[in-house]
Design a protein around this ligand. Structure first.
Ligand code: HEM
Length: 554
């Protein structure tokens, strides 16, 4: 009897211990670093949860509002905000050079580990070690130089023409019918306009362009108006076929590319934020909130491998990125190993597609919401391209024709400033020697970031109307001074800033000029429901929908 009671007492103790010990360990794991304050950042304000764990930031990522949440924290606390136990976000214009400038010596933060799609072979984007990154950057700078991009302009113009033909067809349909579906895209006709969400179309165009430029792939998304890209059935078989023509071609099926990339970037950001999730990736694939995005992550790898395998199997010789990557050598004459080809292909697909399409969508939204700006832009375009033609021949603006139209560049820059597609604060680790940033000293190992979205809206730089779309601010102010704080592609010409910025600017300039030269776009309820643009945050800011009413100008 007694011995039974003792046994029962122990079993209670066991249960209590099983619960208590992990709670105590977890509690210590979170509070000891906070109180020991290894990096001396306890003095910086921020949400309590953010000071002791990455869960605050992860929760914002989970709800797709991480960029706007950090912005709100800066509005509440000021210039310095602690957004994770190790990271201080610094919304000071002069911090940009200190953190991202070439001489800062800081390397990419732990977050980038979440974006390693091919283990052992991180892409240049996901590479954190500065020397390894520089080696990769050497291969790729050659591929993405302005000269290379100029050679590929006819490809961009071709896809731009397809977009215009598709939108001409929508306008023509809207004269005959009240509503319809083109591919996967709905539209309705009212007041002499065709009303539709232009976001999927911009995604299709951006994918068609990057598929063609990078791999010579004709994805045909604009033609079909469907989000569908080919993927190999077996990733291993496809990789085995890379340099063995006997094994090509490989069996393919299709996947929704736009959705795949969006979800894989989201899960990359989440696992980048919560390092403990990384070893559990195989398990995440079974948990309902992560299942879809984990599947997309695997599909992204397959999409990249497919693109490389299909391009190599075609045996064609054309001046696309892949050809340049295969032939490029570093200072020691070494070629890019096959594993890295797949990794860079995945990063081209991710970095070169919805960055551009989300920016296009946002610029279109602001132009449609501000008819006076749209009219002024159209006048400037007409002066260079001539009046829009009533017949089927659309003017597809070449880059040389339009790159010097100052107002066009001001409109694009203003849209990119206000929207801030890559609006996240890019985390960097302070080097061992420490850094002085915005007057404060940070010791080696601290993570710091400058939140691009917030920097782009600082009233001290942009004026009291910083939250408004005012392209004239660029000509009325000191353009050179403003440009120092305009960082949509990050900064540092030879460091880690966007390597695709020449391509991006060419795509944005050609597309905005061509579309607004030919069409007039309006919002359905510009002062009501459509007054604000609904956006999903992750690494990028993605407009949920840009619903516009479009008509031909003549
Ligand atoms: C409007 C469009 C674009 C925006 C706003 C944008 C923005 C950025 C930013 C802010 C970075 C720095 C990221 C970081 O440090 O973590 C970056 C890096 C990068 N971007 Fe872009 N980008 C755009 C278009 C493109 C295009 C069209 C490509 C072409 C393939 C591209 C390829 C890359 C690559 C490969 C990197 C990594 C660079 C490195 O780590 O050295 N981007 N981009």
């Amino acid at each position: 009897m007694d011995s039974n009671r003792v046994a029962n007492d122990w079993s209670h103790l066991d249960t209590r211990l099983i619960v208590l010990v992990p709670v105590i360990i977890l509690g210590l794991a979170y509070t000891v670093p906070y109180f020991s304050d290894r990096y001396g950042i306890r003095r910086y304000p921020g949400p309590l949860l953010a000071k002791i764990s990455n869960l605050w930031f992860a929760n914002q990522v989970f709800h797709r509002r991480n960029i706007v949440a950090v912005h709100e924290m800066h509005e509440q606390y000021g210039t310095f905000v602690r957004i994770t136990p190790n990271q201080v976000s610094i919304a000071d214009p002069d911090a940009l050079q200190a953190v991202y400038g070439y001489s800062s010596g800081a390397q990419k933060g732990d977050l980038y580990e979440g974006f390693v799609v091919f283990a052992q072979n991180p892409s240049m984007f996901a590479t954190r070690m500065r020397d390894v990154h520089s080696r990769k950057r050497k291969y790729l700078s050659h591929v993405m130089s302005m000269k290379s991009i100029q050679e590929l302009e006819p490809i961009i113009l071709h896809h731009q023409q397809v977009l215009v033909q598709r939108w001409d067809a929508l306008c023509a349909e809207a004269v005959k019918h009240k509503a319809g579906v083109t591919g996967s895209c709905n539209w309705k006709a009212r007041d002499g306009r065709v009303w539709f969400n232009c976001m999927p179309w911009y995604h299709f165009e951006a994918f068609d362009i990057i598929g063609d430029l990078a791999f010579g792939l004709s994805l045909g998304m604009l033609e079909s108006a469907e989000d569908a890209a080919p993927v190999v059935v077996s990733q291993k078989a496809a990789m085995d076929s890379y340099f063995d023509s006997e094994k090509a071609p490989v069996e393919c099926t299709t996947v929704p590319a736009v959705k795949t990339i969006d979800e894989s970037v989201y899960i990359g950001l989440l696992t980048g934020t919560l390092s403990f999730l990384r070893p559990c990736r195989p398990l995440l694939a079974y948990l309902p909130p992560f299942k879809a995005s984990m599947k997309s992550r695997a599909l992204l790898a397959k999409m990249a491998v497919s693109a490389v395998a299909r391009r190599l199997a075609s045996g064609e010789s054309r001046p696309d990125f892949l050809t340049k990557l295969i032939t490029a050598t570093d200072d020691n004459g070494h070629h890019l190993p096959a594993g890295e080809l797949s990794a860079e292909a995945s990063s081209f697909l991710v970095a070169g597609s919805d960055t551009t399409s989300n920016s296009l969508g946002a610029i279109t939204y602001y132009l449609a919401r501000t008819p006076a700006v749209q009219a002024k832009l159209q006048k400037e375009l007409d002066a260079v391209l001539g009046s829009p033609s009533p017949n089927d021949e659309a003017v597809i603006a070449t880059y040389d024709q339009i790159k010097n139209i100052a107002y066009l560049q001001d409109v694009i820059n203003e849209g990119m400033r206000l929207h801030s597609t890559a609006g996240i604060g890019l985390p960097r680790i302070v080097p061992e020697s420490g850094l002085t940033i915005a007057g404060m000293t940070f010791v080696g190992g601290t993570e710091v970031s400058c939140p691009t979205y917030t920097i782009h809206r600082l009233k001290s730089v942009w004026g009291p109307d910083a939250d408004e779309f005012v392209p004239d601010r660029w000509s009325r102010g000191d353009r050179a001074e403003l440009s120092k704080y305009f960082v949509p592609f990050s900064i540092g010409p030879r460091s880690v800033a966007c390597i695709g910025r020449h391509l991006a600017m060419m795509e944005l300039t050609i597309c905005i000029a061509t579309v607004f030269h030919r069409f007039d776009l309006a919002l359905e309820d510009p002062n009501g429901k459509a007054r604000t643009l609904k956006v999903y945050d992750a690494f990028l800011r993605k407009p949920a929908s840009v619903f516009v009413g479009m008509k031909r100008r003549v």
